[in-house]
Design a protein. Structure first.
Length: 678
């Protein structure tokens, strides 16, 4: 008999002690209990017993092991993986590109005077802009899709600017920088005198970029300038996208901010031109990006080095952008210093460095900046005083007035933006917000409205307001984009299956967002550049900026360089000044308008010629056919806005009867007179 099994008491959480039989105890093992039990109804597969070789059989053992070949990995199509990330961007941008083609047709129609050109222009503008804006308003887009849409929109809009004047630069500032770059390429010397834009002599950043591209590629300066301006334009938009992402914005917010900024007054043309402001804008945004990284991430010397590089780049490229960089960095730093606990003194480092660099450059290199900016500031101040005393401001008297509906659109857009500003300001005060960026945006938006009032002050007010909006519209764009997304976020509903439901409230908010975006787009076209009279390229217009530059004037200016040499003192109208100082390389003499207004040559004219050391006179006979579209024939015009009719033809042809004067050039429209022996 077997002895009874001992039962061990097992406590929870402890392992039972192994059973050990006594020395005199006999233990029996049940072999059947140790074998695995078969489940009823399940047959065990039979395994054949190994064959035992016979005694006289020879068995060969192979030592080689045959392995099954592994399948080759399938090639990875990285492009196929990337395309889905773009979402609907390729199709959206294809529609936008079709809008570019429509705008090109409208430009062609404008050159031939076609009646359908204006309608085609507006249709093209909506086709270029609306699909991108609608995509970012309608659905959540990823980073790749949002960035692709933003860059594609910037490219399409830059193409519109290029197609307006594809063969050569025509805007006065572009001509001045083209001439300076050509001089740099020819002489390989910086800081060459610029007779048309003297202050640009001490800000050679743009010329260095354009000259480098021209020398490295062998392209003409015009082509190199178009490339530099286009790359700078795209770099600014890309950095704006990166800044919004860096401060915590979603891809959709970053994309919508860039789309709203595309409705800035000068975004389409002036901010895409080959001018030194365009070259400086990417450095400004890069400095802001570096300041954000320096404040909110682990502070490294790399961020400080990037900020120093950006500050140096903007200081040597453009004076106004350098001052705006100082103001922006100091604004961010002061808000961070005041609102943060504990106080962050390091937030003021980049702003202080920018202020020192700008002040040093203005003091020791570009000392003529004050002289250049003072007249415009004084004129704006005097115009503001007149407005305070009840006198009307606005465009110069005698200048062409825009249609009433365009003025109404501009006013409505400003009111809509002001309503959003008040809403955001009330929310910040009510919630006692301590968010640094919220208050920075509100402060920047306040500056926008302060400068927007300049468009109603003085003859240069609209131009100054548009140029200021290039900088102040950045916080406005982010404020508007965040408000629109807040409307969309609070007005939508979703089911458990993530199927969008569009109730009345959602439809209203979407309509408000779309309506505001379209309103800003129309405002940017009617209030920006070109003005309404030059929105489409066409025939010659006196004092019409790009429309006043034609082959007849360019040919005369080139002739003056080839046959007269450079550096001569010329008297001319506004367009003549731009042409002879760039294509001709001549020195312009201001305050010579009375030479053209007097119907006959007199003693006063002779004394003026001697006092100003005038050597040559550039006369465009077409001045007698049209009133100036801008209200003035000359840069310093004593009769600006006072004339009821064009200049008398006798005042333009009287130089033929001067003793000792010689008509050295005449192409039937433009004449050049030599007064050195008169």
């Amino acid at each position: 008999m077997t002895s009874p099994m001992r039962r061990a008491t097992v406590r929870r959480g402890t392992a039972p002690a192994p059973y050990r039989p006594a020395a005199d105890e006999t233990v029996e093992f049940d072999a059947a209990a140790l074998r695995p039990q078969r489940r009823p109804g399940v047959r065990r597969p039979s395994v054949p017993a190994p064959r035992t070789p016979a005694d006289d059989e020879t068995v060969e053992v192979s030592r080689s092991v045959v392995k099954r070949p592994e399948p080759e990995p399938e090639p990875v199509n990285h492009f196929a993986e990337f395309v889905p990330r773009l979402g609907q961007a390729p199709w959206i941008l294809a529609i936008s590109a079709a809008g570019v083609a429509v705008v090109a047709l409208s430009y062609s129609g404008g050159r031939t005077g076609a009646g359908w050109a204006t309608a085609a222009y507006w249709l093209g503008q909506f086709l270029v802009f609306a699909p991108v804006a609608a995509r970012l308003l309608a659905r959540l887009a990823g980073t790749a899709e949002a960035y692709t849409l933003v860059v594609g929109l910037a490219v399409n809009q830059y193409l519109q600017k290029w197609m307006y004047s594809p063969d050569e630069f025509r805007f006065p500032d572009e001509l001045q920088h083209w001439a300076a770059t050509s001089t740099l390429v020819r002489t390989a010397h910086l800081y060459e005198p610029d007779h048309g834009l003297p202050v640009a002599e001490h800000f050679p950043g743009l010329e260095e970029m354009g000259g480098s591209v021209a020398l490295l590629t062998g392209l003409p300066v015009t082509a190199a300038g178009l490339i530099v301006a286009g790359v700078a334009h795209l770099a600014f938009v890309s950095l704006l996208f990166a800044v919004v992402r860096r401060v915590g914005g979603s891809p959709r917010l970053a994309g919508l901010t860039c789309v709203i900024y595309a409705t800035s007054l000068h975004y389409l043309f002036f901010d895409s031109m080959y001018v030194y402001q365009t070259g400086a804008l990417p450095f400004l945004m890069l400095a802001v990006w570096a300041a954000i990284c320096w404040q909110y991430e682990r502070r490294t010397l790399a961020h400080l080095a990037v900020g120093a590089f950006a500050i140096a780049g903007v200081v040597v490229t453009h004076h106004i952008t350098a001052m705006m960089t100082v103001g922006t960095l100091l604004l961010i730093g002061v808000c961070e210093f005041v609102l943060s606990r504990p106080r962050r003194y390091g937030a003021l480092i980049l702003g202080g460095a920018a202020a020192l660099a700008t002040a040093g450059w203005f003091a020791f290199v570009a000392s003529d900046v004050t002289t250049y900016l003072t007249p415009a500031a004084k004129g704006l101040w005097r115009s503001g005083i007149r407005v305070l005393h009840g006198e009307l401001g606005g465009a110069a008297t005698g200048a062409a007035r825009p249609p009433l509906w365009e003025t109404a659109v501009s006013g409505l857009a400003v009111l809509a933006l002001f309503a959003l500003f008040v809403q955001q300001l009330r929310a910040a005060i009510r919630t006692r917000s301590k968010d640094v960026w919220h208050w920075s945006l509100l402060a920047g938006t306040f500056v926008f409205f302060a400068t927007a009032g300049m468009r109603f002050i003085g003859s240069q007010g609209p131009e100054l307001a548009g140029r200021a909006a290039t900088f102040t519209y950045v916080p406005v764009s982010l404020l508007v984009a965040s408000s629109i997304l807040a409307w969309r976020r609070n007005g939508g509903l979703r089911t458990r299956r993530h199927i969008s439901i569009t109730p009345t409230r959602t439809a209203v908010t979407w309509s408000l967002a779309a309506g505001l975006t379209v309103l800003l787009l129309v405002n940017s076209r009617v209030g920006g550049w070109p003005s309404f009279w030059g929105r489409l390229p066409g025939g010659f217009v006196v004092s019409g900026f790009e429309l006043a530059v034609d082959p007849k004037g360019v040919t005369a200016a080139r002739w003056s360089r080839a046959y007269l040499g450079t550096g001569h003192r010329f008297a001319a109208d506004t367009t003549g000044f731009n042409l002879v100082s760039t294509y001709g390389g001549q020195r312009i003499v201001r305050e010579t308008a009375p030479l053209f207004y007097s119907p006959a040559w007199g003693l006063a004219d002779q004394e003026l010629v001697k006092a100003r050391s005038v050597e040559f006179v550039y006369v465009d006979i077409r001045l007698a056919d049209q009133l100036p579209i801008t209200g003035s024939y000359f840069p310093q015009d004593p009769e600006a806005g006072k004339r009821a009719g064009p200049i008398a033809r006798d005042g333009l042809t009287k130089f033929d009867g001067i003793n000792g004067a010689d008509r050295v050039y005449d192409n039937g429209t433009v004449r050049i007179y030599d007064l050195r022996d008169s």
